[in-house]
Ligand binder design. Structure first.
Ligand code: G3P
Ligand code: CA
Length: 302
């Protein structure tokens, strides 16, 4: 590795460690315990391989295919409503154009969030996808909280200064988190340590997943994992970058390891053999079949 690359990586890790450790605000007893042996089927943007991502159709399919969690990305409208959309603009996944942050909820609700999928994937097209709406996070919680758990990503950089506050308010307001609710109803992930820190300050009992970018993975060895373990219950990273020894190191600390975005059965099987505690996939049905075939490897799966 080039010296400059190494220094950049180390600086990133030290920044994360400094935020979490030097400020000394994390109390490990706040770190909620999830069963590290439990394996989770996590539907990336819903069942987004077969249906228009982040729509009710994608979440219906995820339920039908046996997902445990739906992974969702958040944006905020001009009038401050949290909606589900991966990109900052509506251009790719609707028939509109522009930044989500410059459109009101009423304007966003006029958009068609399904037809693009029929055009892009004619072999998977369905008439019922035409005219699907962009859902708000509240709508999705109200519709699916009995059937699915939420795996929420806060984008890095987070363009919305009050997003974390609004998110935690909404999760409390809808009863998704709180004293009488089991941990793990909601997981929050981010590449940004600052966003995770903000969530911790607002609601320390929400389990956090630290996403690790491609370039940082080589620097996440023992000490860095110990630092992450102070505040997060697990790590998310691209399956293309993970190694068996990385997995072993993380699992030995009881960190959850959730590789993304894994769509081929052979890759799922390898990750399960290495001990992954969950997989993020566009095809929860394919993962469910792999799970059925590998149940003996998945201690705690039920
Ligand atoms: O779970 C992590 C993964 O969702 C990050 O990638 O771009 O699909 O949000 P992206
Ligand atoms: Ca995401």
């Amino acid at each position: 590795m080039e010296k400059r690359t190494y220094i950049t990586i180390m600086l990133a890790v030290l920044t994360i460690a400094a935020i979490f450790l030097n400020t000394a605000v994390f109390d490990d007893s706040d770190n909620p315990d999830l069963d590290p042996k439990q394996f989770y089927n996590i539907a990336h943007r819903g069942a987004s391989g077969d249906t228009p991502e982040l729509t009710m159709a994608a979440f219906d399919r995820a339920v039908e295919k046996g997902a445990d969690y739906i992974e969702v990305d958040l944006q905020m409208t001009k009038d401050g409503v949290i909606v589900l959309m991966h990109d900052e603009t509506v251009n790719r996944t609707t028939d509109g154009t522009g930044l989500v942050s410059e459109l009101t909820l009423a304007e966003i609700k006029q958009l068609d969030a399904g037809s693009w999928f029929n055009e892009a994937f004619p072999e998977k097209a369905q008439p019922e996808y035409i005219g699907l709406e962009v859902p708000t996070l509240r709508e999705v919680i109200e519709e699916y909280s009995d059937e699915l758990r939420l795996y929420i990503e806060i984008k890095e950089p987070n363009a919305f200064p009050d997003l974390e506050e609004k998110l935690v308010f909404l999760l409390n307001d809808t009863g998704l988190i709180g004293e009488d609710v089991p941990p793990g109803n909601v997981l929050i992930q981010s590449f940004g340590a600052q966003s995770l820190y903000n969530i911790y300050l607002l609601q320390p009992d929400i389990p956090l997943i630290q996403l690790i970018s491609y370039s940082d993975i080589p620097s996440i060895t023992g000490d860095a994992m110990d630092s992450i373990n102070e505040y997060a219950v697990g790590i998310g990273l691209s399956y293309t970058q993970i190694t068996r020894s990385f997995m072993k190191e993380a699992l030995s600390r009881d960190l959850l390891v959730h590789p993304y975005t894994v769509n081929k059965p052979e890759h799922m099987e390898t990750l399960i053999e290495w001990g992954a505690t969950g997989i993020i996939t566009n095809y929860p049905g394919v993962l469910q079949e792999v799970i059925e075939r590998n149940k003996e490897e998945l201690i705690g799966y039920n």
